[in-house]
Design a protein around this ligand. Sequence first.
Ligand SMILES: Nc1ncnc2c1ncn2[C@@H]1O[C@H](COP(=O)(O)OP(=O)(O)OP(=O)(O)O)[C@@H](O)[C@H]1O
Length: 313
Amino acid sequence: MTPLLQVSDLRVSFGRPRREVLHGISFSIAPGQRVGLIGESGSGKSVTALAVLGLLSETAAVTGSIRLAVPDGDGPTGRQLEVTTATEKQLAALRGDAYSMIFQEPMTALDPTMKVGRQVGELLGLHGHRIPGGSRSRVLEMLREVDLPEVGRIADSYPHQLSGGQRQRVLIAMALVNDPVLTICDEPTTALDVTAQAKVLQVLDRHFTQRSAATLFITHDLAVLAGVVDVAMVMLEGHVVEAGPIREVLADPWHPYTKGLVATSRLELARPGERLPTVADHFDRSIPVQGLREVPVSWEHRARVPGRPGGGA
Ligand SMILES: Nc1ncnc2c1ncn2[C@@H]1O[C@H](COP(=O)(O)OP(=O)(O)OP(=O)(O)O)[C@@H](O)[C@H]1O
């Protein structure tokens, strides 16, 4: 099966003199597959996400290959678009349609001067889809799908009139309204409290399950990742240092950094006066990252999580 996304030896550098921040990463995402990208701040997660949709700033130098499958309304066409050489027009035709992205901070991603219902509706019109029943009804349906209450009132509100959790769900509605085959979620719950976070994850999980849609889900929180994805990739200083089915990574982490992540994520609350262990307690930073074995990311043959579309037994 042609993957939706195929990244090969991707390198990204910025500035003068050039500073390389992604050092040749490779991975692919099959239709319906949920892949998580976890790593500390600055490890290259967002740069990877932006590169995939051709959204890096012009100051970025990109080498390697990023291929996106080009589906039409009836499914895969077998065609692929090479993002690193594609025109803006070619990329714009895929973004917000077959491929979408949810960012961390909904306030900056939403237009503060436009009612949110119109913002969702504009995306519908953008790609020329015909909407049975009209775009207003589809917008309200989508707001309902992300579990927003009083969808009529919400649609007629400006972003600042909504709570942070509601804004994030509006952003999710925008990302999902055109039924994307792959959604890149870049820390979609980081700015939310625990209850709003759980709600957003539930909405995303339900959508991916119902539509058999794929995701590249970025987070620095292993507990969040464990609930959403089938496969995890661990990033450290611009390298993918470990990748595999999430259950295997959690049960038997290979890289010292992953071991630290797993050990600290299982923590119970510390007793008063006790310091909570950190990843640094488990991971010796004096070990140079370069030269560590990079795990070739090839998981297509592995069983998917039971109970999900396409899942194994
Ligand atoms: N436009 C840019 N110009 C120069 N350097 C950049 C630019 N964007 C990102 N970087 C650098 O690339 C590296 C990776 O950044 P990236 O935003 O991908 O990290 P991240 O893993 O997403 O971190 P976080 O979890 O904090 O969002 C960092 O060293 C960052 O400073």
